[in-house]
Design a protein around this ligand. Structure first.
Ligand code: C5P
Length: 241
């Protein structure tokens, strides 16, 4: 896409995984100054809608609105224009929506114009899907081949990048080159509990492998002092907000 908006110097986006608007605002407020942005998703949006997103955007941090659109091209285009209007800095779609849907998402973002458009990212294969799940929905495993295929499709249709697991950074980087943005969850500092995340890396390892953005939730939001946890991660990465 033309006029790619730049990402913040601090690559950490905190996942505000809560339906509670007051808690989300308090967390975002606490960590600002130590992170590059925040991520809100379906749970938050379903509970708080556009007004909730505006309340987070109004705090002045870049917002990754993780709604994973997957619908017919015309509907996805309208949804992208709507969330761009809310001020989201990063939005996403499912790459498996196919070529026409990806084109519609790209064109809708470009119609917003210049560097004020959101970055448009695709989800390849949900990391909750294994090879058996792929077969069950009629897709040919192994999952990693499907991930790389969908990342290349995303790139060929002019989107900015993909969300991927730490284990997928290197194969996608090899296939899609240095400019393609890789947004990576499944990050755990070595001083944090792993929780339900299985294949994890530290923030530093993910950065060194080539991640552009790190999505980190519970190591920050579940810490006794979220601001201190975010500051510690920023320090380990050698960045400030
Ligand atoms: O708390 P934690 O750091 O595990 O949060 C990670 C965030 O990234 C959550 O919002 C989760 O839904 C999201 N995510 C993920 N794995 C993916 C895609 C998104 O953990 N493959």
């Amino acid at each position: 896409m033309t006029n790619t908006p730049s990402l913040p110097t601090n690559p950490v986006f905190v996942a505000l995984d809560t339906p509670d608007l007051d808690r989300a605002v308090a967390l975002a407020h606490a960590v600002r100054g130590h992170v590059g942005g925040v991520k809100t998703g379906l749970e938050f949006f379903s509970a708080n809608g556009a007004d909730g997103v505006r309340a987070i955007v109004d705090l002045g941090l870049p917002v990754f609105l993780d709604l994973k659109f997957h619908d017919i091209p015309n509907t996805v285009a309208g949804a992208i224009r709507a969330v761009a209007g809310l001020g989201a800095a990063v939005v996403n779609v499912h790459a498996s929506g196919g070529p026409a849907m990806l084109d519609a998402a790209r064109d809708a973002a470009e119609s917003v114009g210049g560097t004020s458009r959101p970055l448009v990212i695709a989800v390849t294969v949900l990391t909750s899907m294994d090879d058996g799940d792929l077969s069950a929905v009629g897709q040919t495993p192994p999952a990693e081949e499907q991930v790389v295929r969908l990342a290349q499709l995303t790139q060929n249709h002019g989107l900015d990048g993909v969300v991927c697991s730490p284990a997928e950074i290197e194969p996608i980087r090899a296939a899609c080159g240095p400019e393609f943005k890789l947004i990576v969850p499944g990050i755990r500092p070595d001083w944090a509990a792993s929780g339900d995340q299985k294949r994890i890396t530290t923030p530093r390892q993910a950065r060194d492998r080539g991640a552009d953005m790190l999505v980190i939730g519970r190591p920050i939001t579940g810490a006794d002092d979220p601001a201190a946890a975010a500051a510690r991660i920023a320090e380990e990465l050698g960045v400030s907000a």
